[in-house]
Write a protein that binds this ligand. Structure first.
Ligand code: ADP
Ligand code: MG
Length: 331
């Protein structure tokens, strides 16, 4: 629960809703879903719309979860190399995941599953051995995934895990659902994956970015944002410690080890949350220079918080800093 709470507070929407249209008022609800805390807040005439939004979330969890036996992803992972018919939305998500895999030169790899299972950072107390890791690395390769019009085939013992991108897609779809139903103002927070609908009654929202390894809710900086998404991947989110080392949940597909570089977290700001989610994971693996280049390909902005506390932000972002941390603008 502590980890769930920390995800929940990774982003704090610092400015409460203020004035609103006539008859509309703020409705907000929180549920535990997808192993995280999901909070949806809207300005609407009634709270009924929230029920539909949470049902949608549940529907996608049933499709994309690696740990639900009947999900599309589990059916693919248990298919013994046979083609599996899947929902068109699963195919769309896999297509985007493949594209980010290619554009990131393999840093984002949704076939990292055997290593995610081996490291099992939520429960483990000891790292696996080098031999265990090198035995599993040959199964990691997104090229082992073949997408057809309505089916997916995986070969060479490969298994899929969409944990690095699915929440982004779900945030996009919840936003689409709410706006189609007339919502012009609201926020969706899927465990720190934040989507803003409209603006904050004419002003921008203040979105707080979690200070890595600090108490949940303590922010390193705040950004001003409207009608966009901000997604963070951080090495402090899920990890265990052993002999003074931290073993976290984002794995470098080249080595099979949790990423080791000087980055503590990456936040991506974009229009599309599926892109922001995929990129946040990829950029953490790639590092500042290559990560920034990848984000630019998608027209996305970046905030890197380094392990020494330095914050490196894209040009054009409106940032307020808390505390004494040095802030560097990217060229
Ligand atoms: P969060 O789980 O906090 O939303 P991310 O979006 O960065 O953070 O996703 C991390 C998850 O993605 C891991 O828990 C794992 O399931 C999966 N994953 C780990 N390493 C990679 C990688 N190199 N490429 C793609 N997915 C990864
Ligand atoms: Mg991600």
């Amino acid at each position: 629960m502590k980890k769930l709470l920390s995800c929940f507070l990774s982003f704090c929407l610092l400015m409460p809703f203020s004035a609103c249209k006539q008859k509309e008022s703020e409705h907000s609800a929180t549920q535990i879903m997808m192993d995280t805390v999901v909070t949806i807040s809207v300005y609407a005439e009634s709270s009924d719309i929230l029920t539909g939004a949470f049902e949608l979330c549940k529907h996608y969890e049933q499709l994309f979860s690696r740990t639900i036996d009947t999900s599309d992803i589990s059916r693919i992972n248990n298919s013994n190399e046979k083609a599996v018919n899947v929902d068109p939305e699963t195919l769309h998500l896999l297509k985007t995941a493949l594209e980010i895999n290619e554009k990131s030169n393999g840093a984002f790899d949704f076939t990292i599953t055997p290593l995610v299972e081996l490291w099992n950072v939520n429960k483990a107390t000891d790292p696996p051995t080098d031999d265990q890791i090198s035995t599993l690395l040959p199964f990691v390769n997104s090229r082992f995934v073949e997408l057809k019009d309505n089916s997916v085939t995986v070969t060479n013992g490969c298994k899929i895990d969409l944990g690095g991108i699915a929440k982004g897609y779900i945030a996009d779809k919840i936003k689409e659902y709410l706006t189609k139903n007339g919502v012009t103002r609201g926020t969706i927070n899927l465990g720190g994956n934040v989507m803003l609908i409209g603006d904050n009654n004419g002003a921008q929202y203040n979105v707080g970015i979690q200070k890595p390894f600090a108490k949940a809710g303590e922010t390193a900086l705040t950004i001003k944002l409207s009608n966009k998404t901000a997604v963070t991947s951080g090495i402090y989110e899920r990890y265990f410690e052993h002999d003074g080392n931290i073993y976290h949940h984002i794995i470098d597909p080249k080595t099979g080890y949790p990423v080791e570089n000087n980055i503590a977290s990456v936040t991506i700001i974009a229009e599309s949350s599926i892109i922001a989610d995929g990129l946040s994971t990829a950029c953490l693996v790639l590092g500042v220079d290559e990560g920034k280049h990848l984000a630019e390909l998608y027209g996305a902005q970046t905030i890197f918080i380094m392990k020494d506390g330095t914050i490196i932000v894209s040009d054009g972002l409106s940032v307020d800093q808390n505390g004494e941390l040095p802030c560097v603008k990217m060229k």
